[in-house]
Design a protein around this ligand. Structure first.
Ligand code: PNS
Length: 182
């Protein structure tokens, strides 16, 4: 167990099974893992920061040493502000390496004392990314097994608002339903 806090920064739009796998692995080696959502990304997100926080809250509620937060501006500044000593990032394939190396070295240039630690998610998630999940879901394809169930549900609600209504009706008590129809 590595003492102190590590930060796992990202967009998490939405969180995938690959993210969850990395959070589980990271929480086993760091005393505290802070999952930090970037607030002011240039990209237009599918889920608001509040929605992403809520999904991550459900996913990590049983992990005692995992904390959630959001940040703005430079990641190294945020890491300093919470006294984190490490940054955790996942590498799925060689294609990730170039971008991650560039980012790790830039962060080291900005803050030499902050170490970046890379971990590999399970190979069954090596092709899973938030971007592809959004693309598949937006085109009506199945994302089962790629994202946790709570995320699957949120994607359905986001892409088909009628689903929420349908779902609410399904869980409505027969008494309330009868009353509503009367
Ligand atoms: O999940 P992502 O989109 O790959 O995460 C990228 C993230 C949020 C880790 C990165 O864009 C970041 O740290 N942004 C904050 C701004 C910053 O510090 N930029 C310099 C990084 S070299």
């Amino acid at each position: 167990m590595i003492k102190g806090s590590a930060i796992y920064p990202g967009s998490f739009d939405p969180p995938t099974n690959g993210h969850l796998d990395l959070i589980q692995r990271g929480s086993k080696i760091f005393e505290e893992l802070v999952v930090a959502i970037l607030r002011n990304s240039e990209k237009t997100p599918m889920f608001s920061v509040a929605e992403r926080l809520e999904m991550l809250r459900v996913l990590t509620e049983d992990m005692k040493n995992v904390r959630l937060d959001t940040f703005d501006g430079l990641m190294v500044e945020y890491a300093k502000s919470i006294d984190a000593t490490c940054v955790l990032r996942g590498i799925r394939a060689i294609s990730d390496y170039e971008y991650e190396l560039q980012m790790a070295l830039m962060n080291r240039k900005l803050e030499p004392t902050l170490e970046t630690v890379f971990m590999m998610p399970a190979d069954k998630y090596s092709y899973v990314s938030s971007r592809l999940v959004r693309e598949v879901a937006q085109a009506g394809g199945p994302v089962k097994g790629l994202v946790p169930e709570v995320v699957e549900q949120k994607l359905r609600e986001k892409l088909d608002p009628a689903y929420k209504l349908h779902d609410a009706n399904l869980t409505e008590s027969p008494r309330r339903k009868k009353k509503r129809k009367a």
